[in-house]
Design a protein around this ligand. Structure first.
Ligand code: SF4
Length: 501
């Protein structure tokens, strides 16, 4: 996530490199944040602006030796995306859920507070920032409010993306959201969700197809999220094959490796599941090598990204010549291309050509050669080229937050204090979601209590201890924990919690 030096707080400390930060000697021995550091980890400050946010991220990359020519973080954007959690509730109970034990007991944040967070995202990172409309399950929010949130994001020049399990994401809703300015929809579907009637990842492909049909033709970019755990690691080649077969509709398939955080029942880190192993399995599914290090998206232990072209069934890595592509990424740092700005992009290409004519000409020659090589295929499909991207996101265990990676974080969550690294946020989620939210009502300061949904005068709220959760709303670990009557929330004989860890 992001360097906290400029805003004060936790300094990035690159292992093996001297640091002037206080306590650096100890930090070099222990790359993980201590509990007190996690508790004090700051959000991005209110004074941070897009130019300084980008510069700060760039400097963090340089300090960590990660600012090679293919690095996009800190050059093209100040943050890859920000998650706006509009509900903590969910209608599934994933065995690797990142929500907290208390999430289900909270009320949805008032629209006014969400608007304040949206304003802060624009001020800090600028228009064009991708905002995940997320949760919990965002479609559990009142429909008119969900639409209003997407409309607000779009009106502020942000790029709204709905992150949903798809259950309530009907075509009608997606169509209304598209009209309100939604740009992307990402469906989370995998075996950690225990969906009734689907016994394997392969069986879930029917559901994935149904979700694609719901969104197809609406003008939305369709994406899929898959959590990778021991139960589906060996299915990855099949999954990659499925997504590639849908490349005419699916723009991106993202894979998140199991991490120990949140309320999910599956504990322990899946040490046998590695980024490398996942990359090899995706390549096996694609049937061709994929360049997962061009471009670079922040810290390589956090994110890996690549693209695949499909022409008349022939599959080819998009980033086929790493050296050439890296030169291109470097060339466009001054005038980055932006989605949905075709006219301005032409000007940016022209200005980049003035700055780096040789790189652009080399790249153009390479592109022409590629087109010539593929000409027979291109003619057969009348020039139609499908493209799909693969992303691997390697979240960290809540007790093993690598300080370098947190400092270089590119995926943040909007909180009342500003955006903060998702990994850090998940390690102290309750401290955010249970905290009363200050609101100005009629010129007077009030506190909105997430446990009651009520406004109270300052000093009159409930005590800050964690709330009791109604039995029928227990999820994850709490659902399995034995109660005094010897039965769990499902009315079944209680299990020993150790048995589910
Ligand atoms: S893995 Fe964690 S620290 Fe790294 S980019 Fe993702 S959220 Fe940020």
């Amino acid at each position: 996530m992001i360097c906290m030096v400029a805003g004060g707080g936790v300094a990035p400390v690159s292992r093996g490199r001297a640091s002037t930060a206080p306590g650096a000697a100890e930090d070099l021995e222990l790359p993980f944040l201590k509990p007190e550091e996690i508790a004090a980890y700051p959000a991005d400050g209110a004074d941070l602006r897009p130019v300084t946010a980008r510069k700060r991220l760039r400097e963090t990359m340089q300090l960590q030796g990660l600012d090679g020519p293919g690095q996009t973080a800190g050059h093209f954007w100040a943050v890859a995306c920000v998650s706006l959690e509009i509900s903590q509730r969910c209608n599934l109970d994933c065995s690797l859920c990142y929500l907290s034990d208390h999430s289900e007991a909270t009320h949805d944040l008032p629209l006014g507070e969400l608007r304040r967070r949206i304003d802060r995202i624009v001020e800090t990172y600028g228009p064009g920032t991708v905002v995940q409309v997320s949760g919990g399950e965002p479609t559990l929010r009142r429909r008119d409010e969900l639409v209003a949130i997407v409309r607000d994001l779009s009106a502020r020049g942000l790029v709204p993306a709905l992150f949903t399990n798809g259950i309530r994401a009907t075509r009608d809703l997606l169509s209304e959201l598209k009209d309100a300015g939604l740009r992307d929809v990402a469906f989370h579907v995998d075996m950690t969700q225990h969906r009734t009637g689907y016994a394997s990842e392969r069986a879930l492909n029917d559901l994935r197809r149904a979700y694609i049909e719901r969104a197809k033709g609406l003008g939305l970019r369709i994406m899929f999220n898959t959590t990778i755990f021991a139960g589906n690691y060996e299915d990855v080649p099949d999954l990659a094959g499925f997504f590639i077969d849908q490349a005419d509709s699916v723009a991106l398939a993202s894979f998140q490796i199991q991490a120990e955080t949140g309320r999910g029942l599956l504990r322990g880190h899946a040490g046998a599941i590695t980024q490398d192993g996942l990359m090899r399995r995706l390549e096996a599914g694609a049937g061709t090598p994929l360049s997962f290090n061009v471009p670079e998206i922040g810290h390589p232990d956090c994110n890996r990204y690549t693209g695949l072209l499909v022409v008349n069934g022939r599959r080819e890595a998009l980033f086929d010549d790493g050296r050439l592509w890296r030169q291109m990424f470097r060339a466009f740092r001054r005038f980055p291309l932006r989605a949905q700005q075709p006219v301005r992009n032409l000007m940016r290409v022209a200005m980049t050509f003035v700055l780096a004519p040789v790189s652009l000409l080399r790249f153009a020659a390479h592109a022409v050669k590629r087109i010539w090589r593929l000409r027979a295929h291109l003619i057969r499909v009348r020039g139609r080229v499908e493209k799909i991207s693969f992303h691997i996101h390697n979240f960290m265990d809540e007790t093993r937050l690598d300080r370098d990676r947190c400092a270089a974080c590119i995926f943040k969550v909007a909180t009342a204090e500003g955006a903060i690294s998702m990994c850090v946020h998940n390690a102290k989620r309750d401290s955010y979601i249970l905290q009363p939210v200050p609101r100005m009502i009629g010129g007077r300061r009030r506190l909105w209590d997430p446990m009651t949904g009520q406004l109270v005068a300052e000093g009159q709220g409930r005590k800050p201890e964690a709330p009791a959760i109604p039995r029928k709303r227990l999820k994850g670990r709490l659902r399995k924990r034995p109660d005094p009557a010897g039965v769990n929330a499902e009315g079944n004989p209680a299990q020993d919690p150790a048995a589910v860890r």
